[in-house]
Ligand binder design. Sequence first.
Ligand SMILES: *Cc1c(COP(=O)(O)O)cnc(C)c1O
Length: 360
Amino acid sequence: MTRLFNFSAGPAMLPTAVIERAQQEMLDWNGSGMSVMEMSHRGKEYMSIASKAEQDLRDVMAIPDNYKVLFLQGGASMQFAAIPLNLLGDKTSADYINTGMWSKKAIAEAKRYCDVNLAADTSEGGFTTVPSQAELKLNPDAAYVHYTPNETIGGVEFDYIPETNGVPLIADMSSTILSRPIDVSKFAMIYAGAQKNIGPAGLCIVIIREDLLGHAAENTPAMLNYQTHADNDSMYNTPPTYSWYMAGLVFEWIKAQGGLNAMGVVNGRKAAKLYAAIDGSDFYANPVSKADRSWMNVPFTLADAGLDAAFLKGATEQGLITLKGHRSVGGMRASIYNAMPEEGVDALVAFMQDFARNNQ
Ligand SMILES: *Cc1c(COP(=O)(O)O)cnc(C)c1O
């Protein structure tokens, strides 16, 4: 059996130790005589798994007590609608920062429910920068400010948390959550689809400050109302039990690695090595301005796109897979989330250097 270095943007690699643990526990979880998949979500075994996962996430992210942590279905995309439904209250307008494909999707959905004020929009520059704080045109009467700290497709990432002067700040952290420490108290709500840096697909985590609950529009479906899920510990209906369990194993693994400080050190080093390889050669290029480059998703192009197919074939032969760029960007994209070992990045850099030498 060989596990390859899989650079997929999501669903993405999981730590091997986590998959091995799941394998060990597959047929009989902790002497229960059942697989986790076969448990009632209301039984005492599963309840202990669920509450431990939540506690471990709270510990890892240092989530303050006045925040609820929800384990939901529907992915990050479902929140694009749930956010305006829950958080507009009696306001009619919300601020959105447009920095790429995922911001655009959130904006398109929000427009069905409210006036969207584009507080900044970097589309004209081809989404290769993030706006500075001074460039944000925030509306003090907005219901909230929504942004995407890391754009998974364009590979741009905010290097600061926007100051919104008391307007609730909402972040789609699908592709950057758990990559390094963050101050949760700066946010009104953080959400993330699990399949990038948390666990298997099918789960979306929402971290929301309690005072934001209870203001949903009258016609909000019960399943989209955060209050429903907060009141029921995310068990209003059957939650994605196995994905929740797997996420819990990932949180334990992060703790064992030394928490988010340790993850941040390794992730910073992985990204620096890969960008150095790109910048150090005329053969490769990354269009994103240096301060705004993502630690997690690294798009790059070859000077001669005619060599793309040979690059991908050669990489695959070295066990470096899923490097093809997003169809909207072309070229390559290496996603290097927490579970990508540093050796995977080292192997990619070595292959890139060899390939450039042999094709110059
Ligand atoms: C992947 C991704 C999404 C979509 O997630 P789903 O769980 O598939 O809905 C949204 N936002 C960002 C930033 C993403 O990377």
